[in-house]
Write a protein that binds this ligand. Sequence first.
Ligand code: UGA
Length: 443
Amino acid sequence: MRIVMVGAGYVGLVSGACLADFGHAVTCVDRDPDKIAALEAGRMPIYEPGLDALVAENVRQGRLAFRTRLHEAVAEADAVFIAVGTPSRRGDGFADLSFVFAAAREIAAALTGHTVVITKSTVPVGTGDEVERIIRETAPDADVAVVSNPEFLREGAAIADFKRPDRIVVGTEDPRAEAVLREIYRPLYLNAAPILVTGRRTAELTKYAANAFLATKITFINEIADLCEAVGADVQQVARGIGLDGRIGTKFLHAGPGYGGSCFPKDTLALVKTAQDAASPLRIVETVVAVNDSRKRAMARKVIRACGGNVRDKTVAVLGLTFKPDTDDMREAPALAVIAGLQDAGARVRAYDPEGMDQARALLPGVAFTGDAYDCAEGADALVIVTEWNAFRALDLDRLRAAMRTPVLVDLRNIYDAASAERHGFTYQGIGRVKDCTAGQAS
Ligand code: UGA
């Protein structure tokens, strides 16, 4: 299959490289000449484990190429994916579709022969209809089908998610287009990945419903964590106790400082707007958005309480800045709200992140960036773990305590346990884990 991927951002680049690895001939097109020049020189615009090697190997094999103009590649293609950004529109929270529609216009002008145009970007219900209208208006004679094929990749695990998906959703009612999509994903038959063929609007909504459900699951356990703190229970045991029920499942029940990233915050908001417009409001998702927003700032207050109610002129060391580990992505990262809250309360903030510091610098004025976790802890009155990088899971607690002025550990990801932190001389605060006063009473 000859495939064009329009947009060499996160989704486009990972999907393009993986499809090339399946054996297809893939051209990734991006308007940004600097990005294309960097990719041609083997430099990745994002940090994603394994991506550089995958790109290099497929370029070497002649299956993956990068271009700034799409005309030629689209003219020869069997399938063209639209994987451009859909940021939240300033002001109203709707997904900004201007890049998607611009791509559709450009693709339409270049179409020859039977081509399937596939939206991979996360787009609100009905966007496929508009993409099709734009293409038919620009190229009335084109032999084209417009399909929705949402992606379910997680940053940091994107290649594995692409190659071993739980499912592939294909939104089309056109049998020829369905056959093309089945051929594109044929290498995954070996992994028995189910392909769900649905209507186009159903596929578009499935993506939003999946992200909204996952965001709801996280927010639910976060509120249960707060209740655990109030009543003297342990959220990790509650999560396991409910998660082992197959109807609930153990995943996405890790309590923390609130979800962030480029997807959940944006997609939940866009879904809320779509639902309001359709006069079918999603009150649960509306609440999830509000609870999660206020939670991030509440985490700063939690740190302040752990410091005895006052952080003015105290030094707080923050470990982990990115919205989750194994990415350099700072979008909607809880660390941003936590640090702002601490600075507003008069704290001096030191920070360290294994990959996110370049991105973080511009977003976090007044923060002292440090060389590693121990350097970060130097002279601190509290150490706050905001992102659960593996590098923070087995720190030398004695060395950390020795570096600090006051040994307070606030672990917003529950990667340590209170008993061992206390053995090393720390005052420890996790999320939803107070000592259960009935522990040990039951036989
Ligand atoms: C998410 C979805 O998991 C992907 O399936 C989807 O394709 C992607 O959005 C997208 O729409 O593009 P991602 O944002 O990369 O992927 O990251 P997640 O691993 O889902 O984490 C999102 C946030 O939730 C992070 O801030 C993470 O720390 C938080 N989280 C996750 C928790 O607080 N607790 C959990 O149990 C799980």
